[in-house]
Design a protein around this ligand. Structure first.
Ligand SMILES: [Zn+2]
Length: 344
């Protein structure tokens, strides 16, 4: 099959397009998906560069987000037919540990992400557990379907389950152009919040406004935490979604109101941050981490995507064989929303 292999860790140049990679073997509870689109996440870049604690068998295949057709059913699989159009929940859990039994799949002691711990979707075919499939509407194109799962499930759990946002609250979402941010802006609007967002690129702020953001702040022109402080009448916002980490954490804390919540699904600028504990206890702040989502949260948010109430933002589509160029493009950080690989 056609595939983009990761034979060694490094920059985009290590990605290698081949046409003769063996198709995955399908286990009894798995389904083979004929991939039509696979979207790129920042996670793919981290895995490509090599995550010290992650020991992979190389060559590896990246790609957490997949949309395609059912091409083969494992011997124990029921409920799906060949040709069914599906997206894949990229989070794979054991189903038996205390967290899985509590419905907290993404806390599973053996949690795996497609394309990170297991061969992923930068290929013509991928094998996934049947329980991770979700049928998609007949009229939904492949690219937005593949753009949705990881960022929408992540943003949904962060804002709805963890931050427990409520109508009327002020929510600050950092870095307007990221996949998680474009999902989060829409989710916070749908929940009735006032959305603040930041970017150093004016064009991204314009597009964030089109997506529903109420207040856009150019981080190149002003210290945004100060601007948020002034704009909220020296109250601060109820919630900050910070996926940037090292470069922004200190200001995120300062932008929160008394009793505010800071939620984080990652730290693209670096993981080590400085926290002034006086803000933490005196303002009674909560700092909440989250990753991925449970199967239930995945299905809740994807239902809204399928209904058209949340609209995946696709910046650009590259053919699979141009995965290297697509990674270079994502690495520059100029995109607004998601970059997708199309698989013919
Ligand atoms: Zn488990």
């Amino acid at each position: 099959m056609k595939a983009v292999l990761l034979p060694r860790y490094g920059g985009p140049e290590v990605l290698e397009y081949v046409t003769d990679h063996p198709r995955p073997v399908v286990g009894p509870d798995q389904v083979l998906i004929h991939v039509h689109a696979a979207s790129i996440n920042h996670l793919d870049l981290f895995v490509r560069e090599g995550i010290p604690a992650l020991k992979l068998t190389l060559p590896h295949i990246l790609g957490a987000d997949v949309a395609g057709e059912v091409a083969q059913l494992g011997s124990d699989v029921t409920g799906f037919e060949l040709g069914d159009r599906v997206v894949v929940n990229p989070g794979i859990s054991c189903g038996r540990c205390e967290y899985c039994l509590a419905g907290e799949d993404s806390l599973c002691v053996d949690y795996k992400i497609l394309g990170e711990h297991l061969p992923g979707g930068y290929a013509e075919y991928v094998a996934v557990p049947a329980q991770n499939l979700l049928p998609i509407p007949v009229d939904m194109p492949w690219a937005p379907a593949a753009a949705a799962p990881l960022v929408y499930m992540t943003a949904w759990r962060l804002l709805i389950t963890k931050a427990k946002i409520r109508p009327g609250e002020d929510v600050l979402i950092l870095g307007a152009g990221s996949g998680v941010s474009t999902a989060a802006i829409q989710i916070a609007k749908l929940a009735g919040c006032t959305v603040f967002t930041t970017s150093s690129i004016e064009e991204k702020l314009k597009r964030a406004k089109d997506l529903g953001a109420d207040v856009v702040l150019n981080s190149k022109e002003m210290p945004w935490s100060k601007a948020v402080w002034e704009l909220t009448g020296k109250r601060g916002v109820d919630v900050v979604l910070d996926h940037i980490g090292q470069a922004t954490f200190k200001d995120s804390v300062k932008a929160l109101r008394r009793g505010g919540r800071l939620v984080s699904p990652g730290a693209t600028s670096g993981p080590i941050v400085e926290l002034d504990m006086r803000y933490l206890f005196w303002r009674q702040l909560s700092v909440i981490g989250s990753t991925m989502a449970s199967r239930r949260e995945f299905e809740e948010v994807m239902k809204l995507v399928f209904m058209g109430r949340l609209k995946p933002v696709v910046d650009k589509v590259f053919p699979l064989e141009k995965a290297r160029e697509a990674h270079e493009y994502v690495g520059k950080g100029e995109q607004f929303g998601k970059v997708v690989l199309s698989v013919p």
